[in-house]
Design a protein around this ligand. Structure first.
Ligand SMILES: Cc1cc2nc3c(=O)[nH]c(=O)nc-3n(C[C@H](O)[C@H](O)[C@H](O)COP(=O)(O)OP(=O)(O)OC[C@H]3O[C@@H](n4cnc5c(N)ncnc54)[C@H](O)[C@@H]3O)c2cc1C
Length: 358
């Protein structure tokens, strides 16, 4: 029986066996935290959902979640809107470079971040996708995918990066039916099967390392020579089930209901090769999710939001943090630090606005 319910306040999926609940008007409601339950009861009492905040943080990866915890500890009137909690960090199978932990997995670290955000310090949050940002009334108007509108005096953009796609026939059709992006936690469906990994960097080779005891054959398809760390390349080339196709492009994904193979072609050659595989893991890099504000702030040639040392952007009132910015180093600890800085700076900005209006 499906025991998953939606928290009516933040829209997060929660398990009814574990979640906090409240009975109201003959209905039982389930919540991710005491904070959301309080918001629900308060909203029921005054009958008006809140849509206006001093600060709205967009993105719930390490940068956005840290900005959120800082905003909560600074007692800011803030809302975090995000498609998910964790961002890219949730995909990391081993984190060995986050202070305080010799080793921790992405999901474990994110669980701790999440606990701080919604239990230790409660911050208003909404699981949704922001589709549009416009400037309005001395602040910013945000429209979500459900066409709900929210107003904020200041914003922190922490939308991170997304995986690049190949853009070839069949890629959309077989997404999650054999085609995956980056590392995934559960690879049991390719146990004893042939698989392909696309890419030649550290992420692609980390996937090969994760798969080499699970899959039968691993075909690595890379358009260029491998760019991963030499020690990793050497280790991977020693795997007996590893087959390398360097200088090849994937030109098509094939199958019926699920993926059955890929077609590859060597660069500048006509002949195509069909490789039967049950799963393909694509790791060809990431691009910054900056399009939401590209009409409002300065963006550099890599598509990153240009920020000052205090995370301010070229537009007053818009701050940005983490992988979506031109801050040096795409790491969890750096994104978190930048998120903290952005929250401190946003608070200064809001206090400045208050001083002006009093
Ligand atoms: C496989 C893998 C392994 C990694 N391993 C490590 C490691 O071991 N150590 C390390 O330090 N770093 C590692 N990294 C890098 C690290 O995960 C990133 O640097 C970090 O997650 C960046 O954080 P961020 O918050 O800036 O962005 P992200 O983590 O990208 O988070 C962005 C958030 O914004 C949300 N979002 C985007 N657009 C919208 C929208 N329109 N509306 C609402 N929400 C939106 C997303 O859903 C997401 O929650 C790894 C990355 C990957 C992919």
């Amino acid at each position: 029986m499906d025991t998953m319910k939606k928290d009516p306040v933040c829209k997060m999926s929660v398990d009814e066996d574990e979640a906090l609940s409240t009975e109201c008007d003959g209905m039982v409601y389930y919540f991710c935290s005491e904070g959301c339950r309080d918001v629900f009861l308060r909203t029921k009492a005054c009958k008006l959902p809140r849509t206006s905040y001093d600060l709205i943080i967009i993105g719930g990866g390490p940068a956005g979640m840290t900005a959120g915890v800082y905003a909560a500890t600074l007692k800011m009137d803030a809302l975090l809107i995000t498609k998910d909690l964790g961002g890219q960090a949730i995909d990391s199978t081993k984190i060995e470079n986050y202070m305080g932990y010799d080793f921790i997995t992405g999901p474990e670290l994110i669980e701790k971040f999440k606990y701080q955000l919604i239990h230790s310090y409660y911050l208003n949050h909404l699981m949704s996708e922001v589709e549009r940002i416009e400037s309005a009334g001395g602040g910013f108007l945000i429209t979500t995918s459900e066409l709900k509108k929210y107003f904020a005096r200041t914003l922190i953009i922490a939308t991170g990066m997304s995986r690049r796609r190949l853009g070839v026939p069949g890629e959309e059709k077989f997404q999650r039916k054999g085609v995956f992006y980056g590392n995934i936690q559960d690879v049991s469906f390719v146990q004893g099967e042939d698989v392909a990994v696309v890419g030649g960097g550290n992420t692609a080779l980390q996937i090969v390392e994760n798969l080499h005891t699970v899959a039968r054959k691993i075909h690595l398809v890379s358009t260029t020579q491998l760019t991963a760390d030499p020690a990793v390349i050497e280790r991977v080339r020693g795997f007996r089930n590893f087959h390398e196709y360097t200088g090849y492009n994937v030109v098509e994904f094939k199958g019926d209901a699920t993926l059955s193979g890929i077609t590859v072609r060597k660069k500048a050659e006509k002949d195509e090769l069909h490789i039967p595989v049950k799963g393909v893991f694509i790791a060809i890099g990431l691009h910054p999710n900056s399009s939401l504000v590209s009409h409002l702030v300065e963006i550099n040639e890599r598509g990153e939001i240009v920020i000052e040392p205090d995370c301010s952007t070229s537009r007053r009132g818009i701050f940005a943090a983490g992988d979506v910015t031109n801050a040096f180093g795409k790491r969890i600890i750096i994104a978190s630090g930048e998120g903290a800085k952005a929250a401190l700076a946003a608070r200064q900005y809001v206090l400045g606005l208050r001083r002006k209006s009093s």
